[in-house]
Design a protein around this ligand. Structure first.
Ligand code: PLP
Length: 425
């Protein structure tokens, strides 16, 4: 492929360049395994002395192409597709945090990630301190402990739409010798590339905008290659891995140490790999990602402005609105637009919000977001229903919050659907 940095072109061409007579479209390699002429070659593959595919849990040509495309879009050294966004978050953290370690996380994160940290990882012996996304540098500093191994946040949080001060989070984390992991699902690399602001590792639920068509559940971890794993805090990269023939990841893989270990150690043992068919579907979505994000953002801004002047709407949250508390941060980190999700409150609270939703004719009520079809959800009674009112408040989710995920339909149709449903709310 011709060298380019343009993300709209990378969406289409990165990761797969067919040779003479080969398929134009990325093929689905629906095979668990790959054959070799002799067992010596196979042995070298197992020892990671040669690169090649031998078992789809550890690598597959379809997955590989999509991983390269996403790594190119984020500007990283490598990527690893996972079975879901949840698997990506778990593996991104567990690759460097073990029992007895500590995580500092923003409280403005996806409900599933909150549970993962608060419940499952705590049960694994990994403790998390949640901090407000609006912490000062001093407050963030104070959350660190001797055993802190990483900081976790979302670029633009689902569903509270908080914009994290990525540079400040990275500066503080690096002062403590630990990396920052950021879930970049909502802006996608089209609207924000966290590595440009000092973030070390990026995760995504590819289920959302990256796919965009609601056809597969998937996730991805991307490595910037910039973190220094030799600083004494991460022996898993500098000491021999006895489960992998004594390999020392930082010596053998340099800048790609983190993402290689995530694959050869964690994916080997956990087995939450993506399916080739899902990677193929994800790739189709990625081809139009740049185009779709532009339309999502334009439509969402129009919806936010419309809702802002509507008498039945009590508040509107969209970081693209100039009076939004995160407007300046959004301008800095996402100058071309944020995402297609707008949240708002309907006057009358929880019941009015549910009435409004029941009257929508085009927008569908689904447990999904960031789809090309306009869709809507009431987080307090669905995705976040296991959280206490206190936890909801900390996550920025009020009981009347409607999460409206603006699709790429004609804006006139989206607005007229809103109009008639609000009238009946
Ligand atoms: C949906 C979502 C996840 C979880 O991803 P799944 O693919 O559903 O497992 C994680 N983070 C964010 C920001 C999400 O929106």
């Amino acid at each position: 492929m011709r060298e380019t940095k343009n993300r709209d072109t990378l969406c289409i061409h990165a990761g797969y360049t067919p040779g003479n007579g080969e398929p134009r479209v990325l093929p689905i390699v629906q095979s668990t395994t790959y054959t070799y002429d002799n067992s010596e070659t196979m042995g070298n593959l197992f020892d990671l002395k040669e690169s090649g595919f031998f078992y789809t849990r550890l690598g597959n040509p379809t997955l590989d192409a999509v991983e390269q495309k996403i790594a190119a879009l984020e500007g990283g050294v490598g990527a690893l597709l996972t079975a879901s966004g949840q698997a990506a978050s778990l593996m991104a953290i567990h690759n460097i945090c073990h029992s007895g370690d500590h995580v500092v996380a923003s409280s403005a994160i996806y409900g599933g990630t909150f549970n993962l940290l608060y419940k499952t990882m705590a049960e694994m012996g990994i403790e998390t301190t949640f901090v407000s996304p609006d912490v000062t540098e001093e407050e963030l500093n104070a959350a660190f402990r001797e055993n802190t191994k990483c900081v976790f946040a979302e670029t633009l949080s689902n569903p509270s739409l908080v914009v994290t001060d990525l540079e400040m989070f990275a500066r503080v984390a690096h002062a403590h010798g630990v990396p920052v992991i950021v879930d970049n699902t909502f802006p996608t690399p089209i609207n924000c590339r966290p590595f440009e602001f000092g973030v070390d590792i990026v995760t995504h639920s590819t289920t959302k905008y990256m796919d965009g068509h609601a056809t597969q559940v998937g996730g991805v971890i991307v490595d910037s290659g910039n973190f220094d794993w030799r600083n004494g805090k991460f022996p898993m990269f500098t000491q021999p891995d006895e489960s992998y023939h004594g390999i020392v990841y930082a010596d053998s893989f340099g800048k790609a140490a983190y993402i290689t270990k995530a694959r050869t150690h964690l994916m080997r043992d956990i087995g939450a790999q993506a399916a080739p068919m899902n990677a193929f579907l994800l790739n189709l979505g990625l081809e139009t990602l740049a185009l779709r994000m532009e339309r999502h953002c334009a439509n969402a801004l129009a919806v936010a402005r419309y809702l802002q002047q509507h008498p039945k709407v009590s508040w509107v949250n969209y970081p693209g609105l100039p009076d939004n508390p995160y407007y300046e941060r959004a301008k800095k980190y996402m100058p071309n637009g944020t995402c297609g999700v707008v949240s708002f409150g309907v006057k009358g609270g929880r019941q009015a919000a549910m009435n409004f939703m029941d009257h929508l004719e085009m927008a569908s009520i689904v447990t999904h977001v960031a789809d090309l079809r306009t869709c809507v959800l009431h987080p307090a009674s669905t995705t976040h229903r296991q959280m206490s009112d206190e936890q909801l408040r900390e996550a920025g989710v009020s009981p009347d919050l409607v999460r409206f995920s603006v699709g790429i339909e004609n804006i006139e149709d989206i607005l007229s659907d809103l109009e008639q449903a609000l009238e009946k709310a």
